[in-house]
Design a protein around this ligand. Structure first.
Ligand SMILES: [Zn+2]
Length: 685
């Protein structure tokens, strides 16, 4: 590696010397002459990314044979896997113009069939003591056997297995998903694969003599405030896991997906009787357990679909949502002057008799988890409290449309003439608070409103990270707690606020996103129902409550967004310098040339997948550019969305925002947890 870099450096040095020798024209003193930086331009950092696809328990069709059940061929992936990727900021793009983040990819797929000794080793590990434990069938394994879930909430029971299933589940070996992930990462090298590269393990245990019905768990997962054990819930059994940050300096980028596990609730793989499981009138495409492909009994799906289904999961879950996802918001926050100090400004709106804020929110813990997303900023957090009464309580209630007394008419909305209909009153109250309180603050304030309701005013929304309604800039963070969400479902504020601020800092869910080759924005419903499998990975951005912090895939993508943001905001600052005249250009030239070299180093690190190092170098270079510009007297202003909403201000009636500019993005920043999920399950019988 070192010697190759040495050769490259010598080569580029000689090219630079040749260029200098041949260039006799004087450079224009009113513009910068740089190589990596390009004042006023938006640059995209392209990288070639190896993606390993390791097939464990699948075989290709032997030459001359008829393709048979459970055969999976590389050609199954050929038409489905994307050759390239291009990230966009999803909510800003929903306002009508696609907004690239500056991160593009050429994917280089490496398909590998694991050999028998790898498979023997893995499946033997899963059954070994302290790894797999025999447990009773889960609620959803029973639901699969009977193909129903009783309305009264009791366990599914049937005198005989449902006639349309291929076979009943008769056992449940429970396995910690992280143990399985780590084994695969640690043994990838036996298949010739480097697990520090993005690696998908597509697993099938079924068909081997040592097969056991099994499910993956994260049993230690619990809410940060209430300690409610979400990992123990039947609905949180998984058939996939990955993205766990590995301690001890080793980086792994592994996600496994096991079609022979469970079936489970999160992707509704247990239900092979109903096409439309969420009740929206559209068939919901999802992957059944592997034994439902190509049986002679009431075939759910032909066996020829195993390979293409795995390819869909590889593309629309692993590549698009986990490995190289598009962010929901810009990582810049306040372009072109990105903040160096960030305060989590938490305003509790406190219902009378609701739990004391410090018993349901740990600001230090949320800050500790969030700071990795802005690793060069200095963090703080603050908490203030006001009663949830009067106009703010009325505005809060407006978020939840009231049923119309005449059921044939649409629900009653508080602000029917506005782009975000129900949320407009609350948005204006938040905006006024910001304008009133933020003007003297030097640090960037994340405006977090914690509605600590003492009644069940609303049906179960945990939080939302909303934008400004005009430019798609991240604006306010709301989080909600009701007695039902707190006492019955076990939620506090800490994990919701961490999740919502994760959105505010850019991140998408692992279950919705953007596919650039088909220019498709998608979430887990209809033909993309199966992408709920993305939630089966290490991230608090998931809906399944199995992780409290940010995983390897979050960190990789955030540091890529930041590297590009520093590069492009340095370009914007240099453009401001050029506009200020040639004296300013001269004053900034030395700093710009130095930064230019640092950005070249940052891009090399980026292309070597050293993303934190890349972002760090880019940050240093960016700071040098902005500091030099300011020293030279160039005016660089941070974009503050709350100063830029014309017609919205204290005491004035707001002007209607244009509804036709507002294209809803499927499954964006809303976190309609728990009751929404339970509703979906109730509808899925
Ligand atoms: Zn969310």
């Amino acid at each position: 590696m070192n010697s190759r870099l040495g050769t490259l450096s010598l080569l580029s040095l000689s090219l630079i010397l040749a260029a200098c020798g041949g260039n006799t024209a004087p450079s224009d003193p009113s513009t910068f002459n740089l190589s990596t930086l390009a004042p006023g331009q938006k640059k995209e950092i392209n990288s070639k990314l190896k993606i390993n696809v390791v097939l464990v328990g699948y075989r290709p069709t032997a030459p001359g044979q008829v393709a048979g059940p459970k055969d999976v061929n590389v050609s199954d992936f050929g038409d489905i896997m994307p050759a390239t990727g291009r990230n966009i900021a999803r909510i800003p793009s929903a306002y009508g113009t696609l907004e690239p983040t500056g991160n593009t990819f050429d994917y280089d797929y490496n398909f590998v069939y694991a050999n028998k000794s790898f498979e023997d080793g893995f499946f033997s590990y899963l059954t070994s003591k302290d790894v797999g434990t025999e447990k009773p069938l889960t609620y959803y394994q029973k639901a699969y056997n009977c193909q129903n879930t009783p309305k009264d909430g009791s366990a599914p029971a049937c005198a005989a297995p449902a006639s349309n299933i291929a076979q009943p589940i008769t056992g449940n070996l429970e396995i910690d998903g992280v143990l399985a992930e780590n084994w695969l990462a640690d043994h990838a090298n036996d298949t010739g694969v480097d697990s520090s590269q993005y690696t998908i393990f597509l697993v099938n245990w079924y068909g081997r003599s040592d097969f056991k019905f099994h499910s993956f768990t994260r049993t230690d997962a619990a809410d940060s405030d209430t300690k409610s054990p979400f990992g123990a819930k039947a609905s949180r059994r998984t058939n996939a896991w990955g993205g766990t940050p590995r301690a001890g300096g080793k980086t792994q980028r592994v996600w496994f997906y096991d079609l022979s596990a469970n079936p489970e609730a999160w992707t509704t793989s247990w239900d092979i009787s109903n096409a439309d499981v969420d009740g929206d009138g559209v068939p919901d495409y999802r992957m059944p357990p592997i034994w439902e492909y190509g049986t002679r009994k009431a075939t759910y799906r032909p066996f020829t679909k195993v390979g293409p289904d795995l390819a869909r999961v590889a593309r629309y879950v692993a590549v698009d949502l986990l490995f190289t996802p598009s962010p929901i918001y810009r990582a810049e926050l306040t372009p072109p002057d990105m903040p160096e100090n960030i305060n989590l400004n938490v305003a509790f709106k406190q219902g009378a008799g609701a739990p004391a804020p410090t018993t349901v929110f740990n600001g230090a813990l949320s800050q500790e988890r969030l700071k990795v997303l802005q690793p060069f900023a200095t963090f703080s957090n603050s908490l203030r409290e006001a009663p949830l009464t009067g106009p703010i309580f009325d505005a809060y209630k407006c978020l939840f449309p009231q049923p119309n007394p005449d059921p044939k008419l649409p629900p009653v909305l508080c602000s029917p003439d506005r782009a975000d209909a129900t949320g407009d009153r609350l948005f204006n109250i938040g905006l006024n608070e910001l304008r009133d309180q933020y003007k003297d603050k030097a640090a960037y304030q994340v405006p977090i409103f914690a509605f600590n309701d003492n009644q069940n005013t609303q049906p179960g929304l945990l939080g939302v990270a909303i934008d400004d309604g005009v430019t798609g800039t991240q604006a306010l963070v709301y989080s909600f707690l009701t007695p039902e969400l707190n006492k019955d479902f076990g939620y506090g504020f800490t994990d919701t606020i961490t999740h919502e601020v994760g959105h505010h800092f850019s991140l998408s869910h692992p279950h919705d996103g953007y596919d650039s080759e088909s220019n498709t924005e998608y979430g887990p419903s209809g033909p993309f129902t199966f992408v709920n499998a993305g939630d089966m990975s290490n991230t608090v951005m998931s809906y399944n409550d199995l992780t409290r912090g940010f995983g390897q895939f979050n960190l990789d993508s955030q540091y890529r967004y930041l590297t590009s943001a520093y590069l492009n905001n340095a370009n914007a600052v240099l453009e401001l310098v050029q506009q200020a005249g040639k004296d300013k250009v001269q004053a900034v030239t030395a700093a710009a040339k130095n930064a230019d070299g640092q950005f070249a180093g940052a891009i090399t690190s980026y292309q070597n997948m050293e993303y934190l190092s890349a972002a760090k170098q880019a940050h240093t270079a960016y700071r040098a550019v902005i500091d030099a510009a300011r020293s030279a007297g160039v005016n660089v202003q941070a974009y503050k969305w709350y100063e830029r909403l014309d017609g919205l201000s204290l005491g004035q009636k707001a002007q209607p925002r244009r509804a036709d500019n507002f294209l809803p993005v499927q499954g964006t920043a809303v976190r309609p947890e728990t009751t929404a999920f339970l509703t979906r399950l109730r509808l899925s019988k």
